[in-house]
Design a protein around this ligand. Sequence first.
Ligand SMILES: CSC[C@H]1O[C@H](OP(=O)(O)O)[C@H](O)[C@@H]1O
Ligand SMILES: Nc1ncnc2[nH]cnc12
Length: 310
Amino acid sequence: MTGGQTACFRDVRIGVIGGTGLYSLDGLDVVETVAVETPWGPPSGPITIAESSRGHKIAFLARHGPSHHVLPSEVNYRANIAALKSLGVQVILAFSAVGSLREEIRPGDFVLIDQIIDRTKGVRADSFFTGTGVTAHASFGEPVSAALRALVAGHSGAVPAIAIHASGTSVCMEGPAFSTRAESNLYRSWGASVINMTNIPEAKLAREAEITYAVVCMATDYDAWRESTEPVTVAEVMKTMTVNAANAKALLLAALPDLEQAAYCDPAAALTQPEAGSMQYAFQQPPEKQAAAAGRDKLRFIFPTYFGAK
Ligand SMILES: CSC[C@H]1O[C@H](OP(=O)(O)O)[C@H](O)[C@@H]1O
Ligand SMILES: Nc1ncnc2[nH]cnc12
């Protein structure tokens, strides 16, 4: 697909975004690799489409590219989300390596965060509406799908060696340098549980795109707050991630049958219902003004319902 074209919606309803240390989907048959171009540019890399033993398709995208060549501030989050949406994705389960801000969240543990504090610095493109002449404000009070978190939590038994914390608040910092000890302690005083560099704007854009989204935060270190531990380094993150990646894949494969059932077979579409169609309440302008907006063609790529097929 090339930029500006109407999206070709295919029946790939489930998307997985892999973060640091998680660059492929093992255990599933890859049937296709696609290079998608979006009106916001190319995503971080090719998207692999795998087929489960039940015959359902699952798209996988490595957030920082297959060889991790893209910095968190430079990820084209809009292209990543738009590319997945253009394939038909309605549900994204993302994975992220995080620092723990709590003693009880041990390196190796997973956290199904339900809240996010945005500490990015305004350098990331964070809305599909920017520059389009269409004004819209997505509802983001609950930034993560509770139903998807619950579905994943229901499969904690697949990784008995670790704790999977059912809720938590992440801080998304700009990076790329890690936090100072003072910053790390500040985030602890705010009640945050974990810290990373990618939840924002990924979760925000998934919401704008009406995609049901949750992120499995995989603790790799104790960031910089813990007096008895050396502040985090990439070497420490990658060491823990070798074990975390295996656990992430085990959790995903265990949750997949339920996820497929919810995404492909539930006629009530209960899992995706809160997000699907949610943007209909977000537009500020009357439809006739939107119809005249310069960015209408661009928005059609992900919003054929609101901006009409060409
Ligand atoms: C290499 S440590 C910092 C890096 O790891 C996390 O990446 P991701 O969220 O994509 O798993 C964190 O957010 C930083 O981008
Ligand atoms: N301590 C940390 N801070 C930010 N991002 C991280 N990713 C993994 N560990 C991290």
